[in-house]
Design a protein around this ligand. Sequence first.
Ligand code: AHM
Ligand code: MG
Length: 332
Amino acid sequence: MNGVVTLGEFIIETQSDFPDAKGDLTKVLSAIRLAAKIVNREVTKAGLVDIIGTEGNTNVQGEEQQKLDVYANEQFISAIKGQKAVCGIGSEEMESFMSLENETGDGKYIFLMDPLDGSSNIDVNVSVGTIFSIYRKKSAGSVCEDDFLQPGIKQVAAGYVIYGSSTMLVYTTGHGVNGFTLDPSIGVFCLSHPNMRIPDEGIYYSINEGNYINFPEGVKKFIKHCQEPDEKTNRPYQSRYIGSLVSDFHRNLIKGGIYMYPPTSKYNHGKLRLMYECNPLAFIAEQAGGLASDGYRRIMSILPEEIHQRSPLFIGSRKMVEKAENFLNRYQ
Ligand code: AHM
Ligand code: MG
């Protein structure tokens, strides 16, 4: 590939990574590309039009839902439906999964998403994102909850869109990680970050330290470790926490670092959702040479029991995640 490579070209060029490909995954990725552009348009308009504010209802986690969450959810669903390759969608914004079988015939993929992660940050102009995860349908009959409850290692593709100072789409199909930046003047995602690799050891640690008192002992000790000076390992690490998972993850992916959301008194299994926050980012992290753990287990090996399941998350540079695990194991 020479010169500027667009996401569309890249998807087609790399289709041969899947020997049995019939173009269905290409269709799903094209749908994501389209929905991302539409959501991007609305996110960037958020400060201009009266679109900010709550929708007046709460989502399945009892959190306040904002208008753009609902909008993003609808845009991704409608783009996915249009491509007829997906048979079921699970979303942070929907209590149960949505079957598309009547509309798309025998689509072979399962699509999970957090349509607008970090949405509480929209009204203060902080970057937000979309996270997605794609599996093959595993059952032979009609799409059922079991089709969604697959461990992360079964993901066919995963990625995120970051609506930031520039808008980027980063994804993997299990053959490395590639990042595409939206050129707003032509409305096209262009390959800007080929074969992304996360440094083995980083300089940032990202955690909501406001919850410190309630962290497990191992996490408290690890935070102190991050703050102790040590030339060999570039410590003290710098603290960076945006409170928008995609943004925190994206920065650490590029610069090297660790993002942590441990159990707290409010969320005793952690706050983040396994199926559409932890697993897709874990797939990206591993494909970039990093790690993702719940503190004790590889995130992608966890057998899910429900679509909206939560999990603690320790993700990022390999050596830093390993170190966090050491501390958790040492101080129970
Ligand atoms: P959301 O899906 O409701 O937006 O919640 C997920 C967000 C993540 O983006 C972010 O990393 C985390 O919640 C921040 O939580 P906290 O405010 O507790 O630090
Ligand atoms: Mg979220």
